[in-house]
Design a protein around this ligand. Structure first.
Ligand code: CS2
Length: 477
């Protein structure tokens, strides 16, 4: 039997309602990349600001690829539930911050017009690591990528760079106010990176612009697994926009706005002078651990994060990587207690009420591991320190992308990585060397290190030759 559809007029009992009159809000933010993470993170902080009276900060959200989110949200007037899961049971809340969803490939012009609207002061982005078209090893813009080449030709945009450039052109021509471009993706120095890549795009395009934008760095954190059919079936109403998440959320934003902003701090956002230490801790401790759990956990036969962290061998490996290898790369910073942070995040991972699939985290590893593992490894190497736990994580990634586990590999470099593995014809040393030198994932400091490539080859050889559990035991002994 079909259940009633969620809408502003049909809110089930027990769901916290919207705390403001939606009809009185207007859009001051355009968000690029409306996935579950945005709906469970920035949209929630924005909802809190709207409820506090900042009514000019509704969100016009943009799907850069598929119409599915728009098709899910539009029939329910763009409201949806955020369901927080913990041992205490679910807590549900209605979010009304999103006013409309545009599907970029259907109407590029509407997206550019929204970005150019003088009432819009902020563009937030969650386009995932690969949405930045950066060379993972070197951080430059991938000019050879067909999508970037297409956008440089001046045709209707496909990438964030084409859209932002078109909007900045129009804003300059109309004398509209400056824009804050807020990257909310898990990249090191995400704002600086966006600024650099956008600058490279504009320079190559050859039509200079007066610089009327800023790109503050941000650290975003909330675990948001992909919503499943079972999640939707368990909800008290038919909500096609449902997102499930943990109670925890954190947003640290560099105080470098180009113009006005909503009071996101009423929802708990931290507006600070320097985001870097927060960002590094989050990438290396949380995301770095996630990727280890994903690749090693899948190898050991696990499906979910909460199962993987409950495996004593994997927990020991993670502790070794966190305490023995990652934390020593983090400089002391005011307000950051790394051991306490690590303990708290291991408790967050251990949340059976929020099944988080390891294969979801394993997606796009080529775009993730440079900032999650490799940067710490090369820093350690420069100090003469070995990183056996990282080397094992990396070996598990190579085995995964080699395609030998029978699992599909979802990664923009999947074909290249599989070919490198196959070219090595079962020789682990050759496979490691090919990955390091030819994948385009490893930074020069790794490739040129006297120790790292051979140490990786030796670890990969041990992993493919024997029992992974015995290898973990040897490393963590
Ligand atoms: C995860 C992140 O999928 C992944 O790669 O590591 O999405 C992680 O859940 C979030 O960054 C948590 O804030």
């Amino acid at each position: 039997m079909s259940r009633p559809r969620l809408s502003p007029g049909n809110i089930p009992a027990g769901v916290a309602p919207i705390g403001y009159v939606r009809d009185r809000t207007t859009s001051g933010i355009v968000h690029l990349g409306i996935g579950a993470f945005h709906r469970a993170h920035q949209a929630v902080y924005t909802d809190d600001a709207l409820a506090a009276g900042d009514t000019g900060w509704g969100i016009t959200a943009v799907s850069l690829r598929s119409p599915s989110t728009r098709d899910a949200l539009a029939p329910q007037d763009c409201v949806y539930m955020v369901e927080e899961r913990s041992g205490a049971g679910p807590a549900r809340r209605l979010i009304g911050a999103i006013n409309t969803v545009l599907v970029a490939p259907e109407s590029p012009e509407r997206v550019i017009a929204a970005l150019a609207d003088p009432a819009v002061h902020i563009v937030t982005l969650t386009v995932t690591e690969k949405g930045y078209y950066r060379d993972p090893a070197g951080d430059g813009l991938l000019f050879d990528d067909p999508a970037i080449a297409h956008d440089l030709s001046g045709a209707a945009p496909r990438t964030i760079f084409g859209y932002l450039a078109a909007a900045l052109d129009r804003r300059q021509a109309a004398g509209s106010g400056p824009l804050t471009l807020l990257s909310c993706d898990n990249l090191s120095g995400n704002g600086d990176l966006l600024d650099r890549l956008l600058g490279a795009f504009l320079a190559r395009r050859g039509r200079p612009l007066e610089r009327r934008w800023t790109c503050p760095n941000t650290m975003v954190d909330r675990i948001v697994p992909r919503t499943t059919a079972a999640d939707m079936d368990g909800a008290p109403v038919d909500d096609r926009g449902l997102v499930v998440t943990e109670p925890f959320r954190q947003w640290v934003i560099e105080d470098r706005f180009a113009g006005p902003r909503p009071r996101w701090e009423v929802g708990g956002a931290q507006i600070v002078a320097d985001v870097h230490p927060f960002e590094l801790a989050k990438l290396r401790l949380l995301n770095g651990s996630h990727s280890t759990l994903a690749y090693v956990g899948l190898l050991l036969g696990h499906t979910y994060v909460h199962q993987a962290v409950a495996d004593p061998a994997l927990a020991a490996l993670l502790r070794r990587q966190i305490d023995g290898e990652a934390i020593p790369t983090l400089a002391p910073a005011a307000g950051l207690d790394y051991p306490a942070y690590a303990d708290a995040l291991l408790r967050r991972f251990d949340n059976p009420a929020l099944p988080h699939r390891l294969d979801q985290i394993a997606i796009d590893g080529s775009q993730k591991i440079p900032q999650r593992w490799l940067a710490a490894m090369v820093e350690r190497d420069a100090r003469g320190l070995a990183s056996p736990a990282y080397l094992l994580s990396l070996s598990a990634w190579i085995v995964h992308v080699g395609g030998t586990t029978g699992r599909p590999v979802d990664d923009p470099l999947a074909d290249r990585l599989a070919a490198l593995w196959q070219g090595a014809a079962g020789d682990a040393h050759a496979a490691a060397a090919a990955m390091v030198d030819q994948s385009g994932v490893f930074p020069a400091a790794f490739r040129d290190s006297a120790a790292l490539p051979s140490a990786l080859a030796a670890m990969l050889a041990r992993l493919v030759a024997g029992d992974p559990r015995a290898l973990i035991a040897a490393i963590t002994a």
